[in-house]
Design a protein around this ligand. Structure first.
Ligand code: PMP
Length: 390
């Protein structure tokens, strides 16, 4: 059971197991609840209890905001998974990776007295917060410049792009493709939120100058608001630290304690009987397979195509297991795919948020098994109804 659980709109009862009739299923946010069963099995090993007097100071070892032991554990995890070269990078903690994304835009922008302003870009379809946060924190030193599609001609000319900051998400949110920076000469912020074997094969360790990760999609602890950046350049590190110092004075030390325990539990089980990545990949692959079985009967909606690929971590060719389905509405009259699915009682995230066509909408597969089962039921009803209309 889930004592003390917080039910969403489709479920009720003491352990959130009773379905409310006819409810509209939420497949919108990327809430990573699919990992909850893993932590229920590892409840003791991941538990943190500490007394009132413990860790009260603003600062940790050597007057820093960061636990050196947690830094070590994170680097150990990257080495073991082989998804990023971390050992030669500096590591900076943030309150969620969201804070680090803003800190990095600041850090990679020109000095305030230089008179120039960096343009922040991303390739559509992109994670909407890159735009919304850049616009919200707009300053003299940077501004939202838009989709790199407009940069296609300029990108060959690297001397023009010094003042461009490019957000790159790999695998991408929403369409789950692996990506590389496309604007030559720009500073790239490579967001690897989903570069874990739950969601993608790992072809090789990533070795970009600036890489960002989040606990939200690694362990599923979105509530802890913990992310980290791996940064090569000392000057960039200093500016990110300046931002963090002004903004929150470091990631919560309670959170750092919880993350240490969570990451230690992950590392202790790697390649063992209950490896979090083997579990995550199994769960997500099963969802993708079931979803494809339903959608392949449809002429009204379709999904992105992902081939099976060799994963260096799992040591085998693996089936796809994306975090999101990027759904396309194929019929002429369904030009608002979000709206079409909403009428079928499924809440998704409109493609237009990512600067894609309204024919696309994003379906989250990261949520709980209950949410997914209900999603599949609604989709099956939708696809079954096609027979009646043709
Ligand atoms: N980057 C990407 C690509 C994301 O999808 C998300 C969360 N959905 C984030 C960053 C932010 O995550 P958090 O602030 O929880 O670390």
């Amino acid at each position: 059971g889930r004592p003390g659980c917080e039910c969403n709109n489709c479920f009720e009862g003491a352990d959130c197991s009773v379905r409310t009739p006819d409810c509209t299923v939420n497949a919108d946010s990327g809430d990573p609840m699919f990992l909850e069963p893993y932590w229920m099995r590892h409840a003791e090993a991941s538990a943190v209890v500490f007394s009132g007097w413990h860790r009260m100071s603003y600062r940790a070892t050597d007057g820093l905001f960061q636990s050196v032991e947690l830094e070590r554990s994170i680097k150990q995890l990257h080495r073991a998974v082989g998804n990023a070269v971390a050992d030669d990078k500096h590591i900076v903690f943030g309150t969620g990776s969201s804070q680090l994304l803003s800190a990095l835009v600041y850090a990679l922008s020109p000095d305030s007295n230089s008179g120039s302003s960096a343009g922040v870009v991303a390739t559509a379809p992109y994670y909407a917060a890159y735009k919304t946060s850049t616009v919200l924190f707009d300053s003299q030193e940077n501004h939202w410049e838009g989709n790199t599609a407009m940069w296609a001609n300029a990108s060959g000319n690297s001397t023009n792009n010094e003042d461009i900051i490019e957000f790159v998400t790999s695998p991408n949110n929403p369409d789950t493709q692996l990506r590389k920076p496309v604007v030559g000469g720009a500073s790239a912020i490579v967001d690897h939120a989903y570069y874990w074997p739950h969601f993608t094969h790992i072809p090789e360790p990533s070795d970009e100058d600036v890489m960002v990760f989040t606990a939200s999609k690694l362990s599923g602890h979105a509530s802890s608001r913990f992310g980290w950046a791996l940064i090569r350049d000392e000057k960039v590190v200093q500016r990110v630290n300046d931002y963090i110092q002004q903004n929150t004075m470091g990631a919560s030390r309670d959170t750092q304690l919880r993350m240490l325990s969570v990451i230690k539990a992950i590392v202790a089980n790697l390649h063992g009987e209950d490896d979090i990545f083997a579990f995550g990949q199994d769960v997500m692959t099963a969802k993708w397979r079931k979803l494809n079985a339903v959608v392949s009967r449809s002429r009204r909606i379709s999904l992105q195509k992902i081939p099976p690929q060799y994963c260096t971590y799992l040591g085998k060719i693996r089936e796809p297991s994306p975090a999101y389905a990027w759904v396309k509405c194929e019929r002429e009259e369904d030009d608002d795919c979000y709206d079409m699915l909403l009428k079928a009682k499924i809440i998704t995230r409109p493609g237009v948020w990512s600067e894609a066509s309204s024919r696309y909408t994003r379906v989250s597969l990261l949520r709980s098994q209950d949410d997914f089962d209900l999603l599949l039921k609604r989709l099956t009803e939708l696809v079954d109804a096609e027979k009646d209309t043709t």
